[in-house]
Design a protein around this ligand. Structure first.
Ligand SMILES: Cc1cc2nc3c(=O)[nH]c(=O)nc-3n(C[C@H](O)[C@H](O)[C@H](O)COP(=O)(O)OP(=O)(O)OC[C@H]3O[C@@H](n4cnc5c(N)ncnc54)[C@H](O)[C@@H]3O)c2cc1C
Ligand SMILES: Cc1cc2nc3c(=O)[nH]c(=O)nc-3n(C[C@H](O)[C@H](O)[C@H](O)COP(=O)(O)O)c2cc1C
Length: 645
């Protein structure tokens, strides 16, 4: 990889707008807005932090051009002049760091729910969203014309507020994509049917925007270069459309991919998807237009971005979630401080899945400050205290970093010879190397902040009682659960964590007991080594949901690798080379079972907590020690514990 980054750190123009470099922070919905869609201090502080990180252009998150077009709770709006003062404040904050800002004009169409849109979703046809499955109304011609004007008014207000550009959100399956797509647009009037008709809505919007904002104002159009669904449009259509979009007034194109129902969520791709997987589409689009093209899609390393620009794949590169994980990564890259960069894991847990599935504001699994920039979390503590953190998993490491940032004298103890806790085994299945990369990063951060780390050192109550630290954070994690089943102690039975850490050998065929994430990822690990697997679980439905992107890829690789998933199956005994179980009231024998792998879940490790309570030592608990959950819970709770001292 090139390392001088000269290609991304060169200026570029979109119309007359000069950007200082070619890195774009693309729109990412946050739900940090007020209920009425106006701008909050929280949103300003969050974006200002990214502006300080030296990006060339920030594109605001989705901003609704009509209340019925809102796709997220607390989505910001631009459908009325009342939004202009707040938008103007946001622009000022970003401009204060020499960074340009564009407003993304959005209407979700059918990809929303009535509770958010305030009415039934509207779309070119009355077909409900494949994913959200809401009653959807087909738009009348009058309503279409009204929305064309609404986009133009939105652009005009953005310009009034001082935004440097607008981006028309024509991607990801929202209203404009719905018109472009033969899958979702079944109209038989001039807005449906032929390619020309399906393109009409977007082209009318662009002409209307140009009429309002004049010839020079930069208008970016974001498109999904391929819907990647059966019956959807493909890259060929977009290559036909792109020059027409430019003729209608676009100053730059942003080549994203996928819609809500695209298998594996390619619009916001997880680590299972190769880095830079979508750049080839930007390259194809660049061949048919003369305006700048922005490439996007799991590009987390500025060196990869630089190479893409150097190769001519794209003129600018969007890096989305990397800005959530580490708002300062560009500065660090420029200064050659590669080891300081906190790399996005591509897990989607703290960002899009939290926003879409849990209806909670965006954050980042590994950056607990994301979305809390306005709180000044790590201000120096009044008096430094001697803090002990027990456990070197993600909760303990996060607690240690937070307490050290607040100026405390921190000692971290880990009973194993290495740090990371469960993340060590979590990093071994395919595409999960990033988890260990985070541990290594956290280790370096702790050391550079002066945290004393003692590995291979189990803390017991006597040590705490003798040394009496001022504050104790218990982050002792969770250990594998072992249910009582005949033969569970047999020589052919091993634990998933041992398999993944390489301390237990596996010969196939393997039977994995438990089909949650640990079981499924252990299957993935085995299949990658040509070990045949059968997964067994009591549940009636797969415990790993196929709707999450990682879940989708796990199921797909299991199927492609010939793995078997047996549901509604209760294991009753483990024998020398078989597993005995009951399925739907009948006894079944799974054989041969050369190795049986336990993946039943885990139980909190609370022994030390109980003895400290008896000793009267107060402590704060964090992570799986409270209740086994996920990385995000461990990191955020650990951080909160460190901040609270
Ligand atoms: C195979 C696998 C895959 C996973 N994949 C994912 C995933 O993809 N996404 C996700 O969100 N979560 C995943 N998880 C869960 C995630 O790893 C845990 O939720 C997280 O590690 C919990 O962090 P923690 O710091 O609370 O505890 P742990 O990671 O369990 O760390 C606790 C640490 O404390 C140490 N310790 C305990 N007692 C003492 C003591 N007395 N003295 C000193 N040290 C002590 C332990 O040795 C351990 O290192 C996975 C888990 C596994 C096993
Ligand atoms: C939490 C979240 C919210 C997003 N919201 C938007 C949005 O408002 N508008 C948009 O065009 N894309 C949105 N995206 C997609 C991103 O702009 C980007 O295309 C995607 O994350 C892939 O880039 P990355 O791999 O660099 O993160 C969102 C992504 C995330 C993670």
């Amino acid at each position: 990889m090139t390392t001088n980054l000269s290609h991304i750190f060169s200026p570029i123009k979109i119309n007359n707008l000069e950007l200082k470099n070619r890195i774009v922070m693309p729109a990412m919905a946050t739900s940090y807005g007020n209920k009425d869609g106006t701008i909050t201090d929280r949103l300003i502080a969050y974006l200002e932090k990214r502006a300080r990180g030296g990006v060339g252009l920030i594109i605001s998150e989705v901003c609704a051009i009509d209340p019925r077009g809102r796709g997220f709770g607390r989505e910001i709006g631009v459908w009325d002049d009342m939004f202009i003062p707040g938008l103007s404040r946001l622009k000022e904050a970003v401009h204060g760091h020499g960074v340009k800002i564009a407003l993304q004009l959005h209407h979700a169409g059918r990809e929303t729910i009535a509770a958010v849109a305030g009415a039934n979703p509207e779309a070119p046809s009355d077909l409900p969203s494949v994913i959200l499955n809401q009653t959807t109304e087909a738009m009348s011609i009058d309503r279409i014309k009204e929305m064309v004007i609404a986009y133009a008014m939105g652009a005009s207000r953005a310009r009034q507020a001082g935004f440097d550009a607008v981006e028309v959100h024509g991607a990801h399956g929202y209203l404009i994509t719905q018109f472009l797509s033969p899958f979702s647009n079944r109209r038989t009037d001039e807005y449906g049917g032929s390619e020309e008709n399906r393109a009409r809505f977007l082209l009318e919007i662009l002409r209307a925007i140009r009429d309002r904002v004049g010839a020079e104002y930069p208008v970016i159009v974001r498109m999904s270069a391929d819907e990647c669904i059966k019956g959807g449009y493909t890259l060929d259509f977009i290559k036909w459309l792109a020059p027409r979009i430019v003729d209608a007034g676009a100053s730059a194109l942003h080549a994203s991919v996928g819609v809500y129902s695209t298998p594996g969520m390619l619009s916001i791709p997880v680590a299972d998807t190769p880095e830079g997987f979508n750049l080839f589409r930007a390259r194809e689009i660049k061949q048919v237009v003369a305006v700048p093209v922005i490439g996007v899609g799991r590009i987390i390393d500025p060196r990869m971005a630089d190479e893409a620009v150097a190769r001519g794949d794209a003129d600018l590169i969007s890096m989305g979630r990397q800005f959530l994980a580490d708002p300062e990564f560009l500065v660090k890259a420029r200064e050659g401080r590669w080891d300081d960069i906190r790399w996005c894991l591509g897990c989607n847990q703290g960002c899009i899945e939290r926003l879409s599935f849990e209806f909670k504001p965006t954050t980042c699994s590994i950056n607990p400050e994301c979305g809390r920039e306005h709180e000044d979390l790590y201000r120096k503590a009044g008096a430094p205290r001697k803090v002990w953190v027990i456990g070197g998993g993600p909760a303990g490491l996060s607690a240690a970093m937070a307490a050290a940032r607040r100026g405390h004298e921190v000692a971290l103890f880990e009973r194993r010879p290495f740090l990371g806790g469960q993340l060590v085994s979590a990093s071994r299945p395919p595409h999960k190397e990033g988890f260990l990369r985070w541990v290594e990063w956290a280790d370096r951060q702790c050391r550079s902040m002066g945290v004393t780390i003692s590995s291979d050192m189990a803390v017991d109550e006597r040590l705490v009682a003798d040394q009496r630290p001022d504050a104790v954070i218990l982050a002792t994690g969770a250990l594998p659960s072992v249910p009582r089943i005949d033969g569970i102690d047999g020589p052919n039975v091993v634990d998933a964590r041992e398999v993944l850490e390489g301390t237990a050998a596996v010969t196939g065929p393997a039977v994995i007991l438990g089909a949650g994430y640990v079981g499924m990822e252990t299957a993935d690990y085995c299949l990658a080594r040509d070990i045949a697997v059968t997964l067994v679980d009591l549940a009636a439905f797969p415990p790993v949901n196929k709707f999450t992107a990682h879940g989708y890829w796990l199921h797909r690789r299991l199927r492609d690798g010939g793995g078997v998933l047996m549901l509604r199956t209760r294991v009753t005994a483990i024998e020398k080379s078989s597993v005995v179980a009951e399925q739907d009231g009948k006894q079944v024998r799974i054989e041969p079972a050369a190795t049986v792998i336990r993946a039943f879940g885990s139980a909190p490790e609370r022994e030390l907590a109980e003895s400290l309570k008896k000793l009267g030592v107060t402590f704060i608990e964090a992570g799986d020690a409270v209740k086994p959950r996920r990385l995000i819970d461990a990191v955020h709770e650990g951080d909160a514990a460190g901040v609270s001292i």
